[in-house]
Design a protein around this ligand. Structure first.
Ligand SMILES: Nc1ncnc2c1ncn2[C@@H]1O[C@H](COP(=O)(O)OP(=O)(O)OP(=O)(O)O)[C@@H](O)[C@H]1O
Ligand SMILES: [Mg+2]
Length: 360
């Protein structure tokens, strides 16, 4: 069952179309991520769901409740939507204690004192800040402050949690830790969540579904492995992880095993290419980690092997990154157990047909 439905949401700022008719459903209890480069419309989408920005078109439902509709002239104010929100800047009040920061929303709703303190304690336990309610925000670390912001959003048991880059103020190590913690928290509470980030690793780790946005529209929507392994187009292939985008030409019809031969410089690459026509120019996407070095020189007609000339070899601790030339096209290769290479060295790289994607 869907818990949030966004239907054809539209927002213009003057000449800029910030969100160009975006639609998606978030099933109950799932975490959906809006992923995309700066300015692609992530925050604007989230703000329209939260009620901080008036849409120029489209509807938003939470459960069966229509909370925003341009056509039906429905526009509930933020506090009537029962959504919890956490931003990049924690927005804690420095003059209020942690417990008072967390209690603030409930006090505004005029709930009774005992209920409020029980709810605050429960929320602080949930984010592992038990016993720190009497401190002031300035007496907490960055990660702890961010947890207060989560507690404040969770305390009134919202129907949906909206998170706009909540981890991007944290340093790299803490960010990695909080990512897992936040995912645990989300799973444990079962709260439907929409998460905004431009960090693709964060999106991979946290999400049930990723929406890749660009210029106000959706480029692809799917579970993390699908977005990574089957990028819908060049934009997604380039934005989510690193991809080699290689020009090739269809050599003929598919073999009995369904694989179609492609000419890539001096190599023949077999891959899945439904509907490809002989002579058609195509772009192949290959991930750097899917190129595997073979030690012997291949026979002349061995398919799926690229002859590469090393241009640059970069040692990155757990991984070696190679930049190489393959028939006039530059490719990147990642390997864990590769020996060091010298410039102009020739290597042979094998690609499994399942690792080659034909994309638009
Ligand atoms: N209040 C505003 N007035 C005018 N233009 C705006 C306003 N808010 C956003 N925009 C424009 O709308 C587009 C989308 O902005 P938005 O903030 O949604 O991007 P974003 O994906 O959240 O980016 P970032 O990753 O940098 O936070 C941008 O081109 C931005 O300049
Ligand atoms: Mg933003």
């Amino acid at each position: 069952m869907q818990n949030v439905r966004v239907d054809n949401l539209l927002k213009r700022f003057g000449d800029v179309t910030a969100v160009a008719g975006v639609s998606f459903d978030v099933p109950k209890g799932e975490l959906l991520t809006l992923l995309g480069p700066s300015g692609c419309g992530k925050t604007t989408t989230l703000n329209m769901i939260a009620g901080f920005e008036d849409p120029d078109g489209g509807d938003v439902y939470v459960g069966d409740r229509l909370i925003s509709s341009s056509l039906e002239k429905v526009l509930l104010p933020p506090h009537e939507r029962n959504l919890g929100m956490v931003f990049q800047s924690y927005g804690l009040w420095p003059h209020l204690k942690v417990s008072e920061n967390v209690a603030f929303g409930l006090q505004m709703r005029k709930e009774n004192k005992n209920q409020i303190s029980a709810a605050v304690e429960k929320a602080l336990d949930l984010v592992r800040l038990t016993g720190l309610g009497d401190r002031y925000p300035s007496q907490l670390s960055g990660g702890q402050q961010q947890r207060v912001a989560f507690a404040r959003a969770l305390v009134y048991e919202p129907d949906v949690l909206l998170l706009d880059e909540p981890l991007s103020n944290l340093d790299a190590a803490l960010r990695e830790e909080m990512r897992l913690e936040l995912k645990d928290l989300q799973t444990k509470t079962g709260i439907t969540t929409i998460f905004v980030t431009h960090d693709q690793v964060e999106a991979m780790v946290m999400s049930d579904t990723i929406i890749v946005m660009n210029n106000g529209h959706i480029e692809q929507m799917g579970p993390p492995h699908e977005v990574y392994q089957n990028p819908a187009n060049q934009f997604v292939a380039g934005f989510v992880g690193i991809s080699n985008l290689l020009s090739a030409e269809v050599l003929g019809v598919a073999r009995s095993d369904g694989l179609t031969p492609m000419k890539l410089g001096g190599a023949t690459i077999f891959c899945d290419a439904v509907g490809a026509k002989k002579g058609q120019k195509v772009t192949l996407s290959v991930r750097p980690e899917d190129l595997v070095m073979i030690s012997q020189k291949p026979k002349k007609n061995d398919p799926n092997i690229l002859q590469c000339t090393i241009e640059k070899s970069v040692y990155m601790g757990g991984m070696l990154e190679l930049w190489a030339d393959a028939y006039g096209q530059q490719i990147r290769i990642h390997g864990h157990r590769l020996p060091p290479f010298s410039e102009d060295e020739t290597v042979f790289m094998k690609i499994d047909p399942v690792s080659v994607k034909v994309i638009n």
